[in-house]
Design a protein around this ligand. Structure first.
Ligand code: NI
Length: 381
């Protein structure tokens, strides 16, 4: 890597870090990305995206995508940080500044060997990962049309620079939210027999529902269910007519997601009915679980080792990641770049070690180019 590209990657990282923008507000960030791409002579695709952008290098039938996310979080950065956000209340606390500089760096490196590429590499600068769901906007724009495979990047403070975390299958959970409205009959606290106590029904449900995890789930599966809000009544001598429960479920496969939803609904309705009350269950479906393609994950891991990285099998997380939306459409793999040690992502004290940046940019460029030289998914190389 030439000094100038290396310096440029590090300068970009600092610049993105100092000027974070929240989901769907990444106008200035998008301008900066486009200016860097244009300056490097890289083609920007004319897609309808208000923020974020998509660029492409190379030519030919085959196409592989490299994706980063570009948005920041409403977090006030630790004032002790040497390089720190200049915008109060906003911070790149998940390392998306690092990801953006990384994929821009990969683009510049690929530009140097563009004529040798055995196909096209599409670079996705995705907005609003934290919203979440900027990936849906990117998909709607047609950015993934004609793409065979997609690789994503993310920082991981668990590992030091020099280590890449790659895991096949589910690395991030499906994130769903529920609300249950229990309805009964309000009455005087001294005359419970004249009413239907919804609070009792809701409390019974909140206790019993954990059996969906302990009794209905495969003991080797990872399903999580948290009741986080139970609200009923407003005074001491009235049995309330309604009670509300909210919470979240996290599952690692479509089958488990469906099973937990079905059993919870049955249980809410059944328990409510057994107390003479009713329950209305509302689901807010969030992101699906990630599902990293085994062939692509193995390919990325082998290449990481050949390139001198230590490759680890990343632990799974019950957090969500909207890269999962791409993987619903096409095979993908997720590369987590060791940038630690640090406080966790989304913490005001989160830092990504910049020593990990240039090697990772070089690796992702290599991964895109090497993918096009092989037939990992069984197609023509
Ligand atoms: Ni993130």
């Amino acid at each position: 890597m030439t000094d100038s590209i290396e310096q440029r990657i590090l300068r970009d990282f600092r610049s993105f870090h100092e000027e974070p923008e929240l989901s769907y507000q990444e106008f200035h960030t998008t301008q900066k990305i486009k200016a860097e791409l244009t300056d490097a002579g890289i083609k920007i695709l004319p897609l309808k995206l208000e923020t974020g952008c998509v660029a492409e290098l190379g030519s030919g039938q085959r196409c592989v995508a490299l994706r980063c996310d570009i948005d920041a979080l409403p977090v006030e950065e630790d004032p002790a940080h040497a390089c720190r956000s200049k915008i109060p209340g906003k911070m790149h606390a998940c390392g998306h500044d690092f990801h953006t500089a990384l994929i821009l760096g990969s683009a510049m490196l690929l530009k140097q060997r563009e004529s040798a590429l055995k196909g096209r590499v599409r670079l996705i600068f995705q907005p609003a990962e934290e919203a979440p769901g900027g990936a849906a906007k990117v998909l709607e724009s047609g950015a993934l049309e004609g793409v065979e495979a997609i690789f994503g990047v993310h920082t991981i403070p668990l590992y030091a620079p020099g280590t890449l975390g790659i895991r096949e299958g589910a690395t991030h959970a499906a994130v769903d939210r529920f609300r249950i409205d229990f309805h009964g009959k309000g009455t005087h606290a001294a005359h419970p027999d004249l009413g239907v106590d919804t609070l009792q029904a809701a409390a019974a449900f909140a206790t019993a529902v954990q059996s969906v995890v302990s009794r209905n789930s495969d003991p080797f599966a990872t399903n999580l269910l948290s009741v986080t809000r139970l609200e009923a009544g407003n005074t001491w001598n009235v049995i309330p007519e309604t009670a509300v429960i909210e919470g979240t479920i996290r599952t690692m496969s479509a089958d488990n997601r469906e099973m937990v939803k079905r059993r919870m609904t049955q249980m809410a309705e059944g328990i409510a009915a057994s107390y003479g009350a009713s329950a209305k269950v509302t689901w807010v479906f969030g992101l699906p679980a990630m599902n990293n393609d085994k062939r692509l994950s193995d390919f990325a891991r082998d290449l990481a080792q050949k390139d001198g990285f230590k490759a680890e099998r990343t632990p799974a997380s019950l957090g969500g990641e909207d890269f999962a939306l791409y993987e619903e459409r096409l095979p993908g793999a997720f590369v987590q770049v060791g940038t630690g040690p640090s406080l966790p992502n989304h913490n005001p004290g989160f830092v990504a070690d910049q020593r990990a940046l240039c090697p990772a940019a070089k690796f992702m460029a290599h991964l895109g180019a090497a993918y096009l030289e092989t037939s990992v998914l069984g197609g023509a190389a």
